[in-house]
Design a protein around this ligand. Structure first.
Ligand code: ZN
Length: 569
């Protein structure tokens, strides 16, 4: 194999020449480097947690092997750069299955079974909360109502559909929610044909009283749930995750694990600000905070500053360019067929919040799923860009499900990045197609267009519930997510807009070097090159050449972070 010999940086060269004594050499494999030329090598040498050489087996063994070097014959196995999931919610997901195993919740009947089971072991009067479940992923493709949840009449029951919740009759009663309860600002207590609340609360779950006092977790419990979740990420082949909401109260949990050497994967934390208060209170909090982007170390640092701009496409609250229409009533419990969803922050306020955060050195992002929310976010970015070019901040659109040609042009012009969730397409398109019509979804998850426009796109799962990498909401198996970006195949087996597929190399970049770039880490991570951290994942099947439908089933055999084995199958 003709692979150019790559060595450590000039500065450290004398030290290496003095003792070419790698800690570990992996050889006789297929090392997919994801370097600028997408080279494939055979061997990689590691010393002090970093990669010192990449090349042919013969070369690396000759140059790097010393008396104390550990050797691993890969026997043809594939080595990829450690995979990066740019979008998870580790603590919530860790807690969701910490006390008891979660059954798959994919139909109203399975939700009712879950409630009956929980009722057996939950004291009467205590809350039962159905973990976050998204209506487009239920067989019935509809929001449950209070009648569905009345399978327990002795427990208040709440169904967590993210921005839209449903409550049973007892929960409504305890919370004092009646036919006369006014809609809270931006929210709705949905009523049935009889004028009574049907249990669905749109952006109004805060009306449920006492729900959060149910069985709180101790600090020790939270710590151990978080550690468990992070170790499951490592087992999935991930070496870095971007946690997209780390409240000030939870950050010490990550710091504790870091201190104890139990973080298991490198973590980049996002600070989301609560925008539901006056602007001056928000800017004061930003100015008073001591946090900013890149503060921390190679295991734990801050990434972006986040605003939640609209609701969710899975619950009919993402702020769209077009109305949700009649199917929105069934799927999301909407009452207004003209509803286009909800924008939580207008462009003036958003721009002012972002300006304050940028002055503190933050990378900016906003949760924006619906088309009009994305348009609004780009309006704010454009105002900031006029004052001072925004590209160096590596600010990005988070989710950006409903793109358009115009959106992609604007992003490319300003140097805006994307944080994308390929897996959603698989699960959500069958329902969304019934809502909007496929012809209106030409730029839904339009990864191919993003890449062709030169927009750096970081792959992420938005994992929020469950410990199983393939059955979680949302599945955090990076091979499944890459497979989706490559195939665009829905749960109904249909390939939608094949021109928006990407090739395998591009999908791999989304989960390695581009995600590293979004996190300001591309000089340290995201490819297998001398000088970078030895973050690697070894697999049996070869990502680049296995049959396309086997990509999603690729299993990591070993996950290595900073030269240390974090997971061994
Ligand atoms: Zn998220």
């Amino acid at each position: 194999m003709n692979y150019p010999r790559a060595r450590f940086s000039v500065l450290l060269l004398p030290a290496l020449l003095a003792a070419a004594d790698a800690d570990w050499i992996l050889h006789n494999g297929k090392v997919v480097t994801v370097d600028a030329r997408f080279s494939v090598a055979e061997a990689v040498a590691i010393k002090n947690g970093r990669i010192t050489a990449v090349g042919t087996s013969a070369q690396v063994l000759k140059d790097e092997r010393g008396p104390n070097t550990r050797l691993t014959d890969l026997q043809g196995k594939t080595v990829l750069p450690g995979l990066i999931d740019a979008h998870v919610h580790a603590l919530g997901a860790g807690l969701s299955e910490y006390r008891a195993k979660l059954p798959p919740l994919d139909s109203i009947a399975s939700i009712q079974r879950y409630i009956r089971e929980r009722a057996k072991t939950t004291a009467k009067g205590e809350w039962i909360v159905v973990p976050r479940t998204l209506p487009p992923r239920l067989k019935e493709m509809r929001m449950p109502t209070r009648q569905d949840l009345d399978v327990s009449t002795t427990h208040p029951v709440a169904f967590d559909g993210s921005y839209v919740w449903a409550a049973n009759s007892l929960a409504l009663k305890i919370s004092g929610i009646t036919r006369d309860t006014p809609n809270p600002p931006g929210g709705e207590v949905v009523k049935g044909p009889d004028g009574e609340p049907n249990g669905i609360l749109r952006n109004a779950s805060h009306l449920l009283k006492g729900i959060h006092q149910a069985q709180p977790f101790t600090e020790a419990g939270k710590l151990s749930a978080l550690e468990k979740m992070l170790s499951l990420y490592a087992a999935a082949g991930l070496t870095t995750v971007g946690d997209r909401i780390v409240p000030p109260a939870d950050y010490p949990l990550f710091q504790t694990l870091r201190r104890l050497n139990k973080l298991h994967v490198r973590t980049v934390a996002t600070w989301r600000i609560n925008t539901d208060r006056p602007l001056d209170a928000i800017t004061r909090e930003i100015q008073a905070s001591t946090w900013t982007t890149n503060q921390g170390d190679e295991w734990l640092k801050f990434g972006s500053f986040k605003v939640t701009l609209d609701g969710g496409q899975s619950v009919g609250t993402a702020y769209q360019r077009m109305p949700y229409g009649p199917f929105g009533r069934q799927l999301y419990g909407q009452t207004d067929p003209h509803s286009r969803g909800t924008l939580f922050v207008d462009v003036d306020k958003l721009t002012a919040i972002f300006a304050a955060a940028r002055d503190k050195g933050w990378q900016l992002t906003a949760h924006a799923q619906g088309g009009s929310a994305i348009d609004t976010l780009l309006d704010a970015f454009e105002r900031l860009d006029k004052a001072k070019p925004i590209a160096p901040t590596r600010s990005h659109v988070m989710h950006g499900s409903f793109m358009s040609e115009e959106v992609i042009r604007r992003m490319a012009r300003m140097g805006i990045l994307a944080d994308i969730q390929p897996g959603w397409l698989h699960f959500d398109v069958p329902a969304l197609e019934r809502v909007f019509g496929l012809s209106n979804m030409r730029y839904f998850a339009s990864f191919g267009s993003l890449v062709r426009a030169g927009i750096i796109s970081a792959g992420g799962s938005d994992h929020m519930i469950g410990h199983d990498k393939n059955n979680a909401v949302n599945p955090f198996n990076p091979f499944f997510n890459m497979w989706m970006a490559i195939t665009r195949r829905t749960t109904e087996g249909k390939v939608i807009y094949p021109e928006e597929r990407v090739d395998r190399r591009t999908a791999l970049k989304m989960y390695t070097i581009w995600a590293a770039y979004l996190q300001f880490s591309e000089k340290e991570k995201g490819s297998i090159e001398p000088g970078k951290f030895a973050d690697l994942v070894i697999t049996g099947r070869d990502f680049l050449s296995c049959p396309e439908d086997e990509i999603r089933n690729i299993e990591p055999l070993t996950t290595i972070i900073g030269g240390r084995v974090e997971y061994q199958r």
